[in-house]
Design a protein around this ligand. Sequence first.
Ligand SMILES: CC(C)(COP(=O)(O)OP(=O)(O)OC[C@H]1O[C@@H](n2cnc3c(N)ncnc32)[C@H](O)[C@@H]1OP(=O)(O)O)[C@@H](O)C(=O)NCCC(=O)NCCS
Length: 195
Amino acid sequence: MTYSVDEKTTRRPIAGRAVVLVPMTPADVPEFYRMATQSDSAPYWYGELYGDTAPTYDDFQIEYPAHYFDASAPRKGRCFFIAVGTRRIGTVAYNEIDERDGSTELDIIIACDTDTGRGYGPDALETLTGFLFDCMSVRRCFIVPIASNLRAIRAYEKAGFRRVKKFSEGGRKYTYYQRTNPAADAPPRTTEETP
Ligand SMILES: CC(C)(COP(=O)(O)OP(=O)(O)OC[C@H]1O[C@@H](n2cnc3c(N)ncnc32)[C@H](O)[C@@H]1OP(=O)(O)O)[C@@H](O)C(=O)NCCC(=O)NCCS
């Protein structure tokens, strides 16, 4: 599937192999909040693993302001549901694109244990990175799991992410994974070279 680069792109569903990424709307924030804070997978986003607690709904809205849901500023970040058929099984998001190096950080959660381990996470990440590379001129997507989250690390490697570094922060170990746009460093094609 190809898209033109314009601000409407983040309003359209993006088809992957088995999943479809459905752009969230402002009405979807409560469902996103439930998946992030009250699902089987919530302990991998907040809580003991990170030494914090799940945010209140008000704080969650500060973490994810309106532009993540209304396509008003596509380069500042956007949230999508991961859908399989008519079911919304999780969420994937990109955050503000750093215009200095064309990078953006991704977040992902598949809410129910019964939907994990089926390849949906890697499918969603490959689909989102492909969209960001092809339509948003992103050069590099990265994701920073806690080092003990071996399931996430395996899924990111399956989605073409490669480990760049390990580091510690706040007494916790993290691993930095990235996937780079293979076309990003290609020289611009001149009209003379166009077949
Ligand atoms: C991380 C996540 C997005 C991955 O998506 P997924 O659809 O479950 O990914 P996959 O289908 O590839 O399954 C996970 C893979 O990890 C493997 N795996 C599971 N537990 C593992 C473990 N403890 N050690 C190593 N590998 C493990 C599975 O066997 C599978 O690999 P395989 O297909 O080679 O057998 C999803 O599991 C999830 O939402 N988890 C909770 C939230 C989370 O961790 N978010 C990321 C925060 S950085």
